[in-house]
Design a protein around this ligand. Structure first.
Ligand SMILES: Nc1ncnc2c1ncn2[C@@H]1O[C@H](COP(=O)(O)OP(=O)(O)OP(=O)(O)O)[C@@H](O)[C@H]1O
Ligand SMILES: O=C(O)[C@H](O)[C@@H](O)[C@H](O)[C@H](O)CO
Length: 180
């Protein structure tokens, strides 16, 4: 299984995904590290990425998922995954085995956290475009939504419980097919 912690810039994806992966001892990918220099330069200068900018980046993440799937590993990924079509690309890495943990909150709260964050290329000014681009999970998309107001520890606990639950559900399934 592959669990993608998604949401707009500043929602806490990097913080939560890293610590969840550490707690569960799972391989972890940070989508920021998969961007080509040109994307980083664009965002740093305050210009939102386009679908064309994002597609090769999403495909490289899908490939990372696919490689781990082939090795039978469960992973945790931090990636904004703002649109359903972007999530489709990520799902293509391991069809039926990619689920999303959407960190959701008000633009006001997330904006405050972004303005207080230091040493990151992403300017707080891009939050409005991130929020406008966001397509929340639809009914048929596997995953959960977690509110970002509580402390990181509480959010991490909820995410860990969700992942543990999903892995347990699958290992109870026919012939323990998904215990891996
Ligand atoms: N639950 C929380 N409560 C308080 N502060 C938080 C919480 N989660 C994250 N933060 C802080 O908010 C800021 C944004 O978090 P983080 O960098 O993890 O977000 P992100 O979604 O990965 O952002 P980006 O997509 O821009 O990389 C950080 O300074 C982080 O320490
Ligand atoms: O799709 C996007 O616009 C990007 O993924 C951004 O969300 C940034 O990578 C990230 O949020 C900043 O760290």
């Amino acid at each position: 299984m592959h669990f993608v912690v998604m949401g707009v810039s500043g929602s806490g994806k990097s913080t939560v995904a890293l610590r969840v992966a550490e707690r569960l001892g799972l391989p972890h990918a940070e989508a920021d590290a998969f961007h080509p220099e040109s994307n980083i330069a664009k965002m740093s200068s305050g210009v939102p990425l386009t679908d064309e900018d994002r597609m090769p980046w999403l495909r490289s993440l899908a490939q990372w998922i696919e490689e781990h799937e082939r090795r039978g590993e469960t992973t945790v990924v931090a990636c904004s995954a703002l649109k359903r079509s972007y999530r489709d690309v990520l799902r293509s890495g391991a069809p039926g085995r990619v689920e999303f943990i959407h960190l959701d909150g008000s633009t006001e709260l997330i904006g405050r956290r972004l303005r207080e964050r230091a040493g990151h290329f992403m300017p707080a000014g891009l939050l409005a475009s991130q929020a406008a681009t966001l397509e929340p999970l639809e009914q048929d998309e596997a995953g959960i939504v977690i509110d970002v107001e509580p402390s990181p520890e509480e959010i991490i606990d909820l995410a860990v419980r969700f992942i543990d639950g999903r892995i347990a559900d699958l290992s109870d399934g026919p012939a323990g097919s998904a215990l891996r």
